[in-house]
Ligand binder design. Structure first.
Ligand code: GLC
Ligand code: CA
Length: 554
């Protein structure tokens, strides 16, 4: 069995609620996805990852699950899902589910039972503690909503929630809970699902005794669970089940550096995860978290990317991405919306041609942008509201100032409906969309880019076609040049006698590029570029705004 198929794969991420609505209720759904299977296939991807599509009260839009073995009725039925699975497999595409097991919804049956008393079969499914007098058990703060502890009157105890109040953390130290996780794995794998994206998987083991944490404005205590004492042991248990199937697992690892990632992802018998979703390269315009904004630093981006490229190489495998449902749109962050098409292509080539499996998030392929909302109430997400409270309280932000910041950094920028055409509601729904459609849909939509050979959409298609079964791109060794340049990102890929040279300008202004000494540009074939006119000057060129050129040397 070739268990390395995921190395030749590229993945499309679907956040169903905003993808395509089939029945006019304003909410994207699975029949909507099914109607777009040709489109997804046309991108040249061979994997689909679904953000959670299970029943949920939507406290965190699906990342709060109330039933792990069913489909969110807003999205459809298990039958609808099986049709998608079938269609995908017929087309040579794999399907991955989001496995959210650090926490459940407080509306999950387990939690309802658990909250009733300290002596029923579900009592120890969650992390319950007595308070310290009138205070919660320790000083931990959640990522989403104040204290990480919520008092429950029936049980007269507090439960731990590292995220929202409606997301109680499971007690993974309880072997019964781990058995439940294995049942969930088997349920989907037996149905034919090809693997999992494992949500905040590095958080599932909490330090013995739950000691107080170093005080922070949010997520106090994180040092006591970001790589807890039993993490590897629990991952190994889950992996044993996964190993019975032909499947793969990508873990999400907030605050996980490449050194730790190598521990989990190294090839060999004890590999726990096939790859890890890093956050390092998503911090090039912020400090630790998206909301603490700083000017974009190309050097920070290059250092982050190069360290994962170099330190993982030959050991495990990388996960490549620049967008998902948790971050604002990338062109508005690392590119330039004035040059949407040019900078969009530059960013695409920059990450896609690195070593690892590339992921594309819905709408990224057409260069969808951030949204500016007029009122705080127009937002939908618990994280945005938490930041609203924090920025008001700690920094005395006005609504206006907050809305300005949110329009740059909120993850909701990535959650506006996909823009399919220039018709009403961008072709997303015939009803009232659950969340505002970006006003720019008349210019930016799939239909207008379909037939334009120079569109960003067709650029992504070409990248996929070029990468597929191309050993140079899939396996070649990465090397970075001109690390100290704050304008250019230059790297090469090399395998046997073949090489690729990727030159990316992150600036509007002209920048003089001179090829590194062992490259003769006149001998290279330009396989990707975002301008028509491609002059050379000496063994180099002067860049146009956000220019990218990819040279292939045989
Ligand atoms: C992950 C998800 C994010 C979610 C959080 C809590 O980071 O990607 O969307 O809010 O976990 O489940
Ligand atoms: Ca619908």
């Amino acid at each position: 069995m070739d268990k390395n198929w995921y190395r030749n794969m590229s993945v499309y991420q679907i956040w169903t609620r905003s993808f395509c609505d089939s029945n006019g209720d304003g909410i994207g759904d699975l029949p909507g996805v099914l109607s777009k299977m040709d489109y997804i296939q046309s991108l040249g991807v061979n994997g689909i990852w679904f953000s959670p599509i299970y029943p949920t009260p939507n406290a965190d839009y699906g990342y709060d699950i109330s039933d792990y073995m069913n489909i969110n009725p807003e999205f459809g039925t298990l039958e609808d899902f099986k049709k998608i699975l079938d269609e995908a497999h017929k087309r040579g595409m794999r399907v991955f589910m989001d496995l959210v097991i650090n926490h459940t919804s407080d509306e999950h049956q387990w939690f309802k039972e658990s909250a009733k008393s300290a002596d029923n079969p579900y009592s120890d499914y969650y992390i319950w503690r007595k308070g310290r007098g009138k205070n919660p058990p320790n000083n931990w703060l959640s990522v989403f909503e104040g204290s990480a502890w919520e008092y429950n009157k029936d049980r007269e105890e507090y439960y731990l929630h590292v995220f929202a109040k409606k997301q109680p953390d499971l007690n993974m130290d309880n072997p019964k809970v781990r058995e439940e996780v294995k049942k969930i794995l088997r349920f989907w794998l037996d149905m034919g699902v090809d693997g999992f994206r494992e949500d905040v998987i590095t958080f599932i083991s909490k330090a013995e005794g739950l000691p107080n944490g170093f005080p922070l404005p949010v997520a106090t205590g994180i040092e006591h669970y970001k790589h807890g004492p039993h993490l590897e042991e629990y991952l190994r248990e889950f992996r044993e089940v996964q190993n019975e199937y032909d499947c793969f697992a990508v873990g999400e690892g907030p605050m996980t550096g490449v050194k730790d990632a190598v521990k989990y992802c190294s090839d060999g018998k004890d590999k726990l995860l096939d790859m890890l979703i890093s956050f390092d390269h998503m911090n090039a315009d912020c400090f630790m978290a998206d909301w603490i904004k700083t000017p974009f630093s190309l050097k920070k981006l290059k250092s982050a990317m190069s360290s994962w490229q170099n330190e993982m190489y030959g050991k495990g495998w990388n996960c490549l991405y620049i967008e998902n449902h948790d971050h604002a749109r990338i062109i508005d962050r690392y590119g330039d919306p004035k040059y949407r098409r040019e900078s969009g292509k530059m960013l695409a080539a920059m990450y896609f041609l690195q070593w690892g499996t590339p992921f594309i998030y819905q709408g990224q392929e057409i260069g969808m942008g951030n949204i500016k909302l007029d009122r705080v109430e127009d937002y939908k997400d618990v994280l945005t509201f938490n930041n609203y409270r924090l920025f008001k309280k700690l920094l005395h932000f006005s609504d206006e100032k907050f809305l300005e910041l949110a329009s740059k950094v909120s993850r909701e920028n990535a959650r506006t409906p996909v823009q399919w055409n220039s018709g009403e509601n961008a072709g997303f729904t015939t009803g009232t969309p659950w969340f505002k459609v970006n006003e720019n849909y008349k210019e930016i939509n799939v239909e207008s880019q379909e037939n334009d050979p120079d569109s960003l959409l067709n650029f992504y298609r070409k990248l996929n076609a070029f990468r597929r079964n191309n050993d140079l791109v899939v396996y070649g060794r990465y090397k970075e040049y001109y690390h100290s340049s704050s304008d250019l990102y230059v790297y090469s890929r090399k395998r046997k006698g073949e090489r690729l040279l990727v030159v990316c300008s992150f600036r509007e202004k002209p920048v003089r590029f001179k090829a590194p000494k062992d490259f003769d540009l006149s001998r290279g074939e330009i396989v990707f570029s975002n301008y028509k006119d491609l002059p050379h000057e000496g063994n180099g060129f002067v860049t146009k705004p956000y220019e990218v050129r990819v040279y292939h040397f045989k």
